[in-house]
Design a protein around this ligand. Structure first.
Ligand code: SF4
Length: 175
């Protein structure tokens, strides 16, 4: 089973696979503001610009550290965005995107009340990263909330980051 963890920032998300890390220490010695083992979480993708973090991760010799740009350097591929349909599975309280029957991306929520939903988890399968599927899930939830007079608490770090990035979501954000 993969040991990959994801650290979400506003402009970049950083993936770390402990199984392939060769512990050369390039990340922590070279950029302690972002990679710091004495902090939890040990990766802070908002502690520097996406450019600086991407350049540093490119030096990781093992490929244990990888990233997906979420800013303008990696615009969402609109053809792919349009190809994927978001389903709202109300029985299981989740929005999801399937590809050939398998789940490619899923975002789950809990209902604190009929008017207050909490996004607690977003997961995009590794094979579909960088295609904007997570954004599409958040966007679908925002539209659903608008239509139904619901406010959202984005607890999951990915959704929180998207709400911080897109001020146009403020009307459904629970303050
Ligand atoms: S730079 Fe890459 S291989 Fe080296 S310690 Fe960091 S994560 Fe591991």
């Amino acid at each position: 089973m993969s040991e990959q963890k994801v650290y979400y920032g506003k402009d970049i998300e950083v993936m770390f696979n402990s199984e392939v890390c060769t512990h050369s220490g390039i990340c922590v010695k070279g950029f302690p503001a972002v990679f710091n083992l004495s902090k939890r979480p040990w990766v802070d993708p908002d502690a520097a610009t996406a450019d600086e973090i991407a350049r540093h991760i490119d030096k990781c010799p093992s490929g244990a550290l990888t990233y997906t740009r979420l800013d303008s350097e990696n615009p969402i591929k609109k053809e792919e965005w349009n190809m994927h349909i978001v389903e709202h599975d109300t029985a299981h309280k989740r929005f999801l995107i399937r590809d050939k029957g398998a789940i490619a991306a899923v975002m789950t929520y809990v209902t604190s009340s009929p008017e207050l939903y909490i996004i607690d988890h977003t997961l995009v399968d590794n094979a579909y990263r960088g295609q904007g599927l997570g954004d599409k899930l958040v966007n679908a939830m925002v539209e659903y909330a608008r239509e139904n007079g619901i406010k959202i608490i984005p607890l999951c770090p990915f959704a929180k980051g998207r709400f911080e990035r897109y001020p146009e979501y403020a009307d459904v954000l629970n303050k």
